[in-house]
Design a protein around this ligand. Structure first.
Ligand SMILES: C[S@@+](CC[C@H](N)C(=O)[O-])C[C@H]1O[C@@H](n2cnc3c(N)ncnc32)[C@H](O)[C@@H]1O
Length: 218
């Protein structure tokens, strides 16, 4: 999606992707990655996700990247976190105690910014892109994640013909085709979540799977 699409979604507060609670797969599986609490966790396309607070509560420093200024400022405001802001090239960096959010385009983020991360967490980032851009994002993610670093990836899959994205359907075979070259991929769980998603039920989407994977950068 173009930047203007997301800016308009945040401007109009059409942010159905934002979860008012911590993602259940994150709670269930983060410990399985065995990431030391001292490791910094990169959260691409972070929005104002509360999952970042969960990661910080686990002791991690968090480094998010988010295009939209409203999302970034709301994150700190809504969690009553004091924040300092400074320009870093074409990005703006917002920092509080354990959490730094880089506001700007992930495609212009340099790999030096993420060279010290010890893990990553992608929920609703890979599935935010239509096909061609998703392939570009997969390449960018591989460029930003240092070798040996693990991450938790959470995806949605459904029959794309029944609904326009975002979220876009990402199947296990897509993961195999576009991520397995640069990441070791381990499927942790794939669960039918249709009954918890009225938007999909109303559009008569017949099935909806949420999946969690561990990715390890080769
Ligand atoms: C589907 S939302 C997911 C947000 C978050 N991961 C969550 O779980 O709530 C996708 C987010 O990516 C942001 N985004 C879109 N394009 C981006 C880009 N090129 N660089 C950084 N962030 C981007 C959007 O503004 C939006 O907040």
């Amino acid at each position: 999606m173009e930047a203007s699409f997301w800016h308009s979604k945040w401007q109009q507060q059409q942010i159905g992707f934002h979860q008012p609670q911590i993602n259940e797969f994150l709670i269930k599986y983060w410990s399985q990655l065995a990431i030391p609490s001292a490791a910094e966790v990169f959260v691409p396309l972070c929005g104002k996700s509360l999952d970042m607070c969960y990661l910080a509560e686990k002791g991690h420093n968090v480094l998010g990247c988010e295009l939209n200024q409203i999302a970034v400022e709301d994150f700190f405001k809504e969690n009553t976190l004091p924040v300092t802001q400074q320009a870093q090239g074409e990005h703006q960096e917002y920092t509080t105690d354990q959490i730094t959010l880089i506001q700007g385009d992930i495609f212009t983020l340099s790999a030096t910014t993420t060279q010290k991360i010890g893990a990553f967490y992608d929920r609703a980032a890979l599935i935010a892109w239509p096909e061609a851009m998703r392939q570009q994002y997969a390449k960018k993610l591989a460029e930003l994640i240092p070798s040996g670093v693990k991450g938790l990836l959470i995806t949605l899959d459904y029959d794309q013909d029944t609904l326009n994205g975002p979220p876009f359907a990402v199947s296990p075979s897509w993961i195999e085709s576009y991520l397995a070259e640069t990441f070791d991929v381990e499927l942790l769980e794939c669960a039918d979540v249709l009954r918890d998603n009225p938007r999909f039920i109303n559009k008569q989407v017949p099935w909806l799977n949420e999946a969690a994977y561990i990715l390890t950068k080769k």
